[in-house]
Design a protein. Structure first.
Length: 164
């Protein structure tokens, strides 16, 4: 076995062990990390009963603490994520929410073992190996939050760990 085939076996073992770790974690306890900037998405159970939210998450960019959530949109039959910066609490108008929204888009889960991309699973399901948030990096960089960054995060977040 040559050096390149040995490296392939090692890489395959690392990807497999990474997938096993993610599969042992529920999505609402998962932490994902973007490789270039180190930005992390920390998932948590959606708060409250009878809420339209399917997931909650948070992140820190620079010294800013941002909150986000995912809601299933029945019109497009997709989970739509939103990352917000200092949005007011309570019942607010669309214009107010738009002004404090940093990113909005569909959230996809990636199975790195077979390369399968699917919609973000519901709460209670196994955490995907990675998440794809299309347009996340450019949206963050072009927002007020982007002033706290030297470069934009990429749109892919790898599973890092599971919270207790």
């Amino acid at each position: 076995m040559g050096a390149s085939s040995g490296a392939f076996v090692l890489l395959a073992a690392l990807v497999y062990s990474h997938a096993v770790i993610a599969a042992d974690c529920r999505i609402e306890k998962a932490i994902y990390r973007e490789a270039e900037t180190g930005v992390e998405l920390v998932f948590a159970a959606a708060s409250g009963e009878n809420t339209p939210l399917s997931h909650g998450f948070s992140t820190e960019i620079g010294k800013l603490k941002l909150s986000g959530h995912v809601m299933y949109d029945p019109e497009i039959e997709r989970p739509v994520g939103m990352l917000m910066n200092n949005c007011p609490e309570g019942d607010v108008t669309g214009a107010t929410i738009a002004a404090c929204t940093v990113w909005k888009g569909i959230v996809y889960g990636i199975d790195e073992t077979n390369g399968h991309v699917d919609l973000l699973p519901p709460e209670g399901a196994d955490a995907p190996d990675a998440l794809l948030l299309p347009g996340f990096g450019p949206a963050v960089l072009s927002s007020a939050v982007g002033k706290a960054m030297e470069s934009a995060p990429w749109d892919v977040f790898e599973f890092k760990e599971c919270t207790p």
